[in-house]
Design a protein around this ligand. Structure first.
Ligand code: PEP
Ligand code: MG
Length: 755
């Protein structure tokens, strides 16, 4: 049963579009269950009707013609109730409705199950039999399981159909794919798909720009792989017996096989680029071997895959060197990484789309810092087929539009123009203080990581750095930077902002930030070895970093040090002792300088409840609201599936933020926040009222927050906070905050969908 399910899902997954996917479903389910009829009705989003879309056993001529309104007939009943309906005699049921010309008169038993994806009923899957009998429990369970597994695949196929053939065959139907808002803004541009290294199954379809060059690249890649395999065989020459040696002959034989090479070459000549042609041919051959009965031959599929992957790796290497980025590039990937962002010249990069990850992934944080509109978690996007397609990104609402009709494009273009105008207006605030209408001043700092952030931050009028993510330079290397390398990097940061303060966070790796050269493999990385836990276990890494910071601070004095992921006082005491020790050593080496101010990040619920004890030991606290929200709500900040449960303004988060502010007030210590919430105008209003002294955010958000806080009175923010603290419901909080912004002429900061 499991095997049957798996096979059907795999086959449907490989379909080119929705009609083909539905045909496969009705055909395979019909065979697997041995029923006389299997049909699928799909909900049409425009009319909301359930349209007869595919069948095995009923009248095919009615496909696309017959339909039922919601709640109409048994199919409508299944969709409305969102649960299976299992009947031995369908026509006696009160909801039964006869659809002429379908040819279902003779079928008495009926089993219909809803197809539900992300809470939305996409359609209904139905099986029917002539015999009057209830389908048994096992059959019902099979169909329910089938439908649950297929829902995501069907949703995906819907969009795949819209981009079918990609740029090779011209335009397709307009489609919208929902994801998660990653970085605000709108982008209209051309997709450039980056595929993960050497995966035959994710190679995007693309037209060859220069067929001769592609052919040459393919042949060169083949030669390289041949030489590699020959070299391995030669190296092992004496250690292998002649039988084992034969394995290499088989390998070389597959490569020399004139059919594979010829097939790839002919696809390239027909216009495909080399990687696409290779992947298509190799996948066909892999499937061919996999289907073979004989286990020895079946095993050859693994060899073919391995060889194909090796050739692909060489092709990708040469492709990266030759990759060209058009103006308004929209970078699309299954999982975007910081390094892929770095490859595109900034002036050409218009937007980003990542199929995986969420708005709180670090790549989204980087995108916000760079001001690049981004959609994350677009799980239904057939990204591999998007190369060269025109796309619209709505980074405010987390949506991607494919094949946008002219009128929609026009509306987005207008919204984009308005955004640009607003940015120009906000520029005039650059040198103005962040002061409420009743004269209350707040400090706005920025979060940095890349060197590029420095210029941007200064342009936006940053008064200091509230979070310098030191892991960023660590992430962009292939080994730990040495103490001296670190000193230079930190010196650049400190000098760029001096005399303004720069808060450097000690290395925060683990969770979703793993260094390529220091992999951490865990089942639950966010609950595992991350942040201060790693660096306390590796004092040599921690001490080198602290020494580098202290040395970089020589003669400047604007360094502050901050510790991530502290969850008890022992960790803090230990870290403080190491920092003091480093400072003593530095002084002994003849350098000068006071011990910098030291702070703790409040990122885990335990730190909220121990805020006073922590505050007593250090100079300041700073809330990392991204992680704090994740841990308070038990919602993985990277998981698109639960992203709509991640609420930065959940009542529990608001209570926690207020508690931390109060704890600091009682201990007489300053309190700040450096999570993304600080950069949200609505969040900023509440934080101001709670008494946060420092709001640290990405530089793109800074002018908006300044504008918002300069437009209100502290007293109004305080009464808003008092009201909000009594609300128990997230949407009530959101509505109240929207109303507040509108009442204060800040409606432009609320983003409604354009379409
Ligand atoms: C946070 O968790 O809020 C934070 C600022 O740290 P990071 O996003 O780097 O985990
Ligand atoms: Mg954090």
């Amino acid at each position: 049963m499991l095997e049957t399910l798996r096979k059907i899902v795999q086959q449907v997954n490989a379909a080119e579009g929705l009609p083909e996917a539905l045909d496969i479903i009705v055909d395979r389910v019909h065979d697997a269950m041995g029923t006389e009829v299997c049909s699928v009705y799909m909900r049409d989003p425009a009319s909301n009707r359930l349209v007869f879309r595919a069948t095995k056993g009923l009248n095919q001529a009615q496909i696309g013609l017959a339909s039922l309104a919601p709640g109409e007939g048994l199919v409508g009943l299944v969709a409305e109730r969102e649960e299976p309906v299992n009947l031995e005699n369908a026509e006696t049921h009160p909801s039964f409705q006869f659809l002429p010309d379908l040819g279902e008169e003779k079928f008495h038993s009926f089993l219909g199950v809803p197809i539900i994806h992300q809470r939305e009923v996409l359609g209904v899957l139905v099986v029917q039999q002539t015999e009057q009998r209830r389908f048994d429990e096992g059959e019902e369970a099979f169909l329910v399981t089938m439908s649950a597994q297929l829902a995501g695949v069907i949703a995906h196929a819907r969009v795949t159909g819209a981009v079918r053939g990609g740029a090779l065959s011209g335009d397709g139907a307009p489609a919208k794919v929902s994801g998660i808002a990653g970085a605000p803004g709108i982008a209209i541009g051309t997709a450039v798909v980056v595929s993960p290294s050497a995966d035959l199954y994710t190679v995007p379809k693309r037209q060859a720009e220069n067929r001769r060059r592609e052919l040459r690249a393919f042949r060169e890649a083949l030669d390289c792989v041949r030489a590699d395999i020959q070299a391995v065989a030669d190296n092992l020459g004496t250690e292998l017996n002649p039988e084992d040696h034969a394995l290499f002959d088989v390998y070389l034989g597959i490569l020399d096989d004139s059919t594979i090479g010829a097939e790839v070459a002919s696809l390239i000549r027909a216009g495909q680029w080399a990687q696409g042609a290779l992947s298509q041919v190799m996948i066909e051959h892999i499937r061919h071997f996999e289907r073979m009965e004989h286990s020895y031959l079946k095993e050859r599929a693994v060899d073919v895959k391995d060889l194909g992957t090796r050739v692909l790796a060489y092709l990708q290497e040469s492709a990266v060197e030759n990759r060209r980025y058009p103006m308004n590039t929209i970078l699309v990937a299954e999982e975007l990484t910081a390094s892929s962002l770095g490859e595109v010249p900034r002036h050409k990069l218009a937007g980003l789309i990542s199929v995986r990850g969420s708005g709180n992934s670090h790549v989204a944080i980087l995108a916000r810092a760079m001001g690049v509109p981004t959609v994350m978690g677009a799980v239904d996007l057939p990204y591999a087929r998007l190369q060269d397609r025109e796309l619209i990104i709505d980074g405010y609402n987390g949506a991607v539009h494919l094949n946008p009709p002219a009128e929609l494009k026009q509306r987005f273009q207008e919204a984009l123009n308005q955004d640009r105008e607003m940015s120009r207006d906000l520029e005039s605030l650059r040198d103005k203080p962040c002061e409420t209408l009743d004269g209350h001043r707040t400090t706005l700092w920025v979060n940095t990581g890349l060197m590029a952030d420095v210029t941007r931050s200064l342009e936006q009028g940053a008064e200091g750095v509230g979070l310098y993510r030191t892991e960023v330079p660590f992430l962009l290397r292939d080994r730990f930077p040495s103490e001296e390398e670190q000193r230079q990097i930190y010196r650049n940061q400190l000098e760029a902002f001096a005399p303004r303060p720069v808060t450097m966070r000690t290395l925060d790796i683990g969770g979703d930030k793993s260094l390529p050269y220091f992999p951490i493999e865990e089942d639950n990385p966010f609950l595992g070895w991350r942040g201060i836990r790693v660096t306390l276990d590796h004092p040599e890494i921690f001490l080198a970093q602290i020494r580098a910071m202290l040395k970089a601070n020589e003669g400047l004095g604007n360094l502050r040090i901050m510790l991530p992921m502290i969850c008890n006082t022992a960790e803090l005491d230990e870290a403080l002792e190491l920092i003091r020790r480093s400072h003593r050593e530095i002084l002994q080496e003849g350098l000068t300088g006071e011990l910098p101010k030291i702070g703790v990040m409040v990122e885990v619920p335990a730190a909220v409840y121990q805020a006073r004890a922590l505050a007593r030991r250090v100079d300041f606290l700073s809330v990392g609201s991204n992680d704090l929200t994740q841990y308070l709500l038990a919602v993985d900040r990277n998981n698109a599936r639960v992203a709509d449960l991640y609420h930065a303004l959940h009542p529990a988060v608001i209570q926690a933020l207020a508690n931390v502010a109060e704890a600091c007030r009682l201990e007489g210590k300053p309190v700040g926040i450096c999570g993304e919430l600080a950069g949200d105008p609505e969040g900023a209003v509440l934080l101001l009222a709670m008494g946060y002294d420092v709001l640290s955010m990405n530089s793109t958000s800074l002018p908006r927050v300044k504008k918002a806080l300069r437009s209100i009175h502290l007293a109004d923010a305080a009464s808003l906070l008092a009201e909000v603290m009594l609300l128990e419901d997230i949407s009530a909080i959101r509505q109240r905050l929207h109303l507040f912004l509108r009442e204060h002429g800040l409606g432009q900061f609320i983003h409604n969908p354009v379409d």
